[in-house]
Design a protein around this ligand. Structure first.
Ligand SMILES: Cc1cc2nc3c(=O)[nH]c(=O)nc-3n(C[C@H](O)[C@H](O)[C@H](O)COP(=O)(O)OP(=O)(O)OC[C@H]3O[C@@H](n4cnc5c(N)ncnc54)[C@H](O)[C@@H]3O)c2cc1C
Length: 408
């Protein structure tokens, strides 16, 4: 007996969804998070349209609870370039790919993540909150569990046949496995909830500036989530805490000036980063990574929650046969190879697109050019927004003819 079948570290969308699917299959799951839920998360809080299909597949009343929570419906994405040119892509279009619904959901991560966590609990996952994982336990070269520290400072060990690292950007599990890689652009984000923002309607907005960008969109109840993303170097150069100048920074963007009432901030500014960070491989002997712990490049395209949920489905597909077959043997990286391949098949296009766009928005002249092309070609704007919404295959945008029309 090796303790738990699986210990999952992190109860965000990736961890809770993996826990839900494994527990439903009869796997003995321990789900750990250092936070206590509901907890906030620095995020623009938009679920890309394809996420709705995953929520529907999850069952357990998850989609109904999202619909029943305070939320907004977004029908597309607007991008404003540094020179003020604006384009808007709609989720429903004539490109031949339809999202599950004509809109996507946007809601507070405090609410969304709690819905998933409770669903995992209902399926039988045992959840311990306020417990930080500090290290891995090893049996030879194979991961055999985790070392945890609870709120009162007590340390303990939890053994498992496999440890799933779903502990987000800066994952302890990925670091302890020695798998972490970073690359430019190194950016950090500051996010807040602001009530009664002027001019917010049924689309998400991305405002690109000379050295950063702002994402904003409604999340229901008259609240807008606002995310300011800037190069790490800019934050390091400044003596003052960037959070104190949050609204002053927003006013530098022409499309945002005058739209905020500083007294209407209803949740303090959360900081996160730097990204980009990912793991060289999402598996090791006795361990598997999912969600941001496996890969997080940049938030511009808003695909992280979808990738966390879809990645969890792929992880569960690979783990269930190994954890329910009766064998108590350690799970080697080689036996998890189908997960590696499935991720590559599923996400290769997304990885290319989000890297292209994430790097591109760091170049104002390039952004001006691409946005002005898209403003003149609404069909292409819809195609790009559909691909970043995960329901149009990325290769439709990455086709040489399309790229040439956007760039040349
Ligand atoms: C500014 C910004 C805006 C974004 N906007 C969007 C958007 O609009 N749409 C979208 O789809 N994606 C967006 N993303 C990305 C999205 O937030 C992530 O991709 C998503 O949260 C990944 O889910 P996850 O479960 O992998 O990780 P997380 O949601 O980060 O969950 C990780 C969990 O692990 C826990 N944890 C961490 N370390 C430990 C430890 N040592 N021990 C125990 N528990 C631990 C944390 O408390 C947390 O609950 C945005 C990201 C940023 C930074």
């Amino acid at each position: 007996m090796r303790g738990w079948d699986v210990v999952i570290v992190g109860a965000g969308p990736a961890g809770s969804t993996t826990a839900l699917l494994l527990a439903r299959a009869g796997v003995r799951v321990l789900l750990l998070d250092r936070a206590r839920f509901p907890r906030h998360k620095a995020c623009s809080e938009y679920l890309s349209p394809a996420t709705t299909a995953v929520l529907e597949r999850l069952g357990a009343g998850v989609l109904e609870q999202v619909e029943g929570a305070a939320h907004a419906k977004l029908y597309g994405m607007k991008v404003v370039a540094p020179d003020g040119t604006a384009m808007c892509g709609r989720f429903t279009s004539g490109h031949g790919h339809a999202p599950p619904r004509p809109y996507s959901f946007a809601l507070s991560r405090a609410a969304f993540d709690s819905i998933l966590l409770r669903a995992a609990q209902r399926e039988g996952a045992v959840v311990h909150q306020g417990v930080a994982v500090e290290d891995l336990l090893w049996d030879g070269g194979t991961v055999a569990g985790v070392v945890v520290r609870s709120g009162d400072g007590q340390r303990a060990t939890r053994n498992a046949s496999i440890v799933v690292g779903a502990d987000g950007l800066h994952s302890v599990i990925a670091r302890r496995l020695g798998l972490v890689r970073t690359s430019p652009p190194r950016r950090v984000a500051f996010t807040a909830h602001v009530a009664d923002v002027a001019g917010v309607d049924g689309v998400g907005e991305l405002h690109v500036g000379a050295d950063g960008y702002v994402g904003l969109g409604p999340i229901g109840g008259g609240v807008t989530t606002v995310a300011l993303v800037v190069p790490l170097a800019r934050v390091q150069r400044r003596a003052r805490d960037f959070r104190a100048d949050f609204f002053t920074e927003l006013e530098r963007y022409p499309g945002l000036a005058g739209r905020f009432d500083r007294r209407r901030m209803v949740r303090e500014v959360l900081a996160t980063g730097p990204f980009a960070q990912w793991s060289r491989r999402p598996v090791a002997d006795g361990a598997l990574l999912v969600g941001d712990a496996a890969d997080f490049f940049d938030p511009f395209t808003g695909q992280g929650i979808y990738a966390a949920l879809r990645g969890a489905e792929l992880a569960a597909d690979s783990l269930i046969p190994r954890l329910t077959g009766g064998a108590d043997a350690p799970i080697s990286a080689t036996t998890l190879e189908p997960y590696v391949r499935a991720r590559r098949r599923e996400f290769a296009g997304k990885w290319a697109l989000e890297r292209l766009i994430g790097v591109g928005v760091g170049w104002p002249a390039l952004t001006n050019r691409v946005v002005s092309r898209l403003a003149r070609r609404p069909d292409l704007a819809d195609l790009v927004v559909g691909a970043t919404g995960n329901f149009v295959p990325a290769h439709r945008v990455l086709a040489p003819g399309v790229l040439a029309r956007l760039l040349l």
